[in-house]
Design a protein around this ligand. Structure first.
Ligand code: KIV
Ligand code: ZN
Length: 509
C-alpha cells in the first residue's frame, strides 16, 4: 500500500526571500496559477504582515486560485495572525501557518525569552488562530537544533491547542539525512498526539542535503514536505520540489510513496519561476537543468540512440519537455506562429501576441531558425514585461582589443527618440553607462548572467541582471541573438521595473 505525501510549495514565501526576487501581485498570481496546474497540495502564498503589497498579493491568490490549500505565514503574535487571516480568509481552503523559534539559540539570542514563555506564546497563538481558521500549521523554527524533550513538549501542546499540521524545519540546513530521519522517527514515537496531526518537514540546503533530508524524513514517517521550485530560497535555498517528486516517482519501489504532482508541468513551472524571479537554473541542475537530458560523450550518445534507457532514468516527456523538430523562420506568418505557440501550450491575448510576433520577426531576421526554446524565452519575457517607460530602439557598438569600447544607444520614451553615447570598461559596461545617462538614474550591477537559450553559433542569448538602484535590487531579463543587445535589454528591463515601482527619472531636455 502506498502513502500519499503532501507537497507544500513555499516558492512564493521562502523562495521569494531571495534578494532581488521580490514579486508583484500579478507575478505572484501567475506563478500561483501554474502551481495549481502542477497540482501542489498547498501553496504558501506569502508572509502578509511583511508588507501591504504582500497582503494584497496573498489576498488576490486566495480569491482567484482554486484547487490547492492557500497558506499564509505568521509569527506567533495576534497582529500577524489577524493579517494572515485577512489574506487567506476568502480562499477555498485557507490555512494559517504559525511559527516560533524553539532552539535555545533562537530563544536566547533572537527572541530573548525562555522555553516556558515560548511554549505559552505558541499555545496562545495556535488557539487564537484556530478560532479564526479551521486549518492551522505550527512550525518549530530551528527544530533540528532544538532540545528533543522540549521539541516534543511544544509539538504536543500545539496539537492540543488546535494545530492540525506540525512542521519541523531544519532552518539552517545543519542536519544529516540519517540524523534527521531518526529525529522524525523519534517524534512519531514520543509525541502522544502526533497521529492527530500531519507531520511535515522543511529543509534548507546549506550543506546541499535538503532533498536527502526530506527523503529521509519521508522514509521515517513525514506526511508533508515543504519545498520550492528549482530549490530557490533563503541562502543556499530550500529542498527542490522537482527533485523530491522525481525521487519518489523514479524509486517508487523503495519508498512506496506517491504525490499528486502532475509531472508534465514540472519543466514549464521551473522555466516560469526562473524567468519571473530572474534566477537562472544552473545547467547541471537535476531534473530541470538544460543539460539534464543532453548526452555529450560519444559512448553515451551511441547508447542513447540504441536505447534511451542506457543512460536515462527518466524521460524528458515525463517532465513536459517536448522534443520539437519543426522550426519557424522569418517567412513564417502570424498563423504559423500562433499554431506553434498553441503546440507549446501558450494561448496569448491579442496585444501580447502582437508583441511576441514583433520580437519573433526581429529575432528570425537575424537567426536562421527559431526553435521551441527560443520561442519559449521570447514569450516568457513579453508576458512578464514591466510597463515599458523606455523602449529599446537601436544600439551600436565600437569595440576591439586595442580601443576603448564605445556604445551609442537610442531609446524611445513616449514616442520620442533619445540618443546618447558613452565609453566603458567593455562593450556591456559602455551600453549600461548610456542607459544610465539617458534615464538620469545610476545603478550598481549586482549580478550578471548570460546564457545561450539553444545550441549553435546563432543561439539566442538570454541575459539576466540584478541592478541596485537606491536600496532596492531590481532584476531584468533580455534576449537577442546579439549578446550585447540581450544585456542592454535586460538592463533596461530592470530600469523599467524601477520606474514601474514609482522610481524617479531625470529627464533631459
Ligand atoms: O526555515 C524555516 O524555519 C522557515 C519557517 C518559517 C517554517 O521558513
Ligand atoms: Zn525556511
Amino acid at each position: 500500500m502506498s502513502r500519499k505525501i503532501h507537497i507544500f510549495d513555499t516558492t512564493l514565501r521562502d523562495g521569494e526571500q531571495v534578494p532581488g526576487a521580490k514579486l508583484n501581485k500579478r507575478q505572484k498570481i501567475e506563478i500561483a496559477e501554474q502551481l495549481a496546474k502542477l497540482n501542489v497540495d498547498i501553496i504558501e502564498a506569502g508572509f502578509p504582515c511583511s508588507s501591504p503589497g504582500d497582503l494584497q498579493a496573498v489576498k488576490a491568490i486566495s480569491q482567484q486560485v482554486k484547487g490547492p490549500v492557500i497558506a499564509a505565514l505568521a509569527r506567533a503574535v495576534q497582529e500577524d495572525i489577524d493579517i494572515a487571516w485577512e489574506a487567506v480568509r476568502e480562499a477555498e481552503r485557507p490555512r494559517i501557518h504559525v511559527f516560533i523559534g524553539s532552539s535555545d539559540i533562537h530563544l536566547q539570542k533572537k527572541l530573548r525569552t525562555d522555553r516556558e514563555s515560548a511554549l505559552e506564546m505558541a499555545v496562545e497563538a495556535v488557539k487564537y488562530a484556530r478560532r479564526l481558521c479551521d486549518e492551522i500549521e505550527f512550525s518549530t523554527e530551528d527544530g533540528s537544533r532544538t532540545d528533543f524533550e522540549f521539541l516534543c513538549r511544544i509539538i504536543e501542546a500545539a496539537i492540543n491547542a488546535g494545530a492540525g499540521v506540525i512542521n519541523v524545519p531544519d532552518t539552517v540546513g545543519y542536519a544529516l539525512p540519517e540524523e534527521f530521519g531518526h529525529l522524525i522517527h523519534r517524534i512519531r514515537e514520543a509525541v502522544p498526539s502526533i497521529d492527530r496531526a500531519v507531520l511535515s518537514v522543511h529543509c534548507h540546503n546549506d550543506l546541499g542535503l535538503a532533498v536527502a533530508n526530506s527523503i529521509a524524513a519521508i522514509r521515517n514517517g513525514a506526511d508533508q514536505v515543504e519545498c520550492t521550485i528549482n530549490g530557490i530560497g533563503e541562502r543556499a535555498g530550500n529542498a527542490s520540489l522537482e527533485e523530491i517528486v522525481m525521487v519518489l516517482k523514479t524509486r517508487f519501489a523503495n519508498y512506496q510513496a506517491t504525490t499528486a504532482i502532475n509531472t508534465t508541468e514540472i519543466y514549464r513551472t521551473s522555466r516560469m519561476v526562473s524567468r519571473i524571479m530572474n534566477i537562472p537554473v544552473q545547467p547541471n541542475k537535476a531534473i530541470v537543468g538544460s543539460n539534464a537530458f543532453s548526452h555529450s560523450s560519444g559512448i553515451h550518445q551511441d547508447g542513447v540512440l540504441k536505447d534511451r534507457t542506457t543512460y536515462e532514468i527518466m524521460t524528458p516527456e515525463t517532465l513536459g519537455i517536448k522534443q520539437h523538430t519543426i522550426v519557424l523562420t522569418a517567412r513564417s506568418g502570424r498563423a504559423a506562429l500562433k499554431h506553434r505557440l498553441g503546440d507549446l501550450g501558450f494561448s496569448l491575448d491579442a496585444d501580447v501576441f502582437e508583441r511576441v510576433y514583433n520580437r519573433f520577426i526581429d529575432v528570425a531576421d537575424r537567426k536562421k531558425e527559431v526553435g521551441a526554446q527560443d520561442l519559449q524565452s521570447i514569450v516568457e519575457i513579453e508576458v512578464s514585461k514591466a510597463p515599458e517607460t523606455y523602449k529599446m530602439h537601436s544600439l551600436q557598438i565600437m569595440s576591439g582589443s586595442k580601443i576603448v569600447p564605445l556604445a551609442s544607444v537610442t531609446l524611445e520614451r513616449n514616442g520620442q527618440l533619445l540618443t546618447d553615447a558613452a565609453t566603458g570598461n567593455g562593450p556591456v559596461d559602455a551600453v549600461f553607462n548610456v542607459i544610465e545617462r539617458i534615464t538620469g538614474v545610476s545603478g550598481k550591477l549586482r549580478d550578471y548572467d548570460l546564457k545561450a537559450v539553444t545550441m549553435g553559433r546563432d543561439a539566442l542569448g538570454e541575459a539576466m541582471v540584478r541592478v541596485q538602484i537606491g536600496d532596492t535590487i531590481y532584476s531584468g531579463i533580455g534576449t537577442s541573438p546579439d549578446v550585447i543587445e540581450a544585456s542592454a535589454r535586460a538592463y533596461l528591463n530592470a530600469y523599467n521595473r524601477y520606474f514601474a515601482n514609482g522610481g524617479a527619472e531625470t529627464i533631459k531636455s
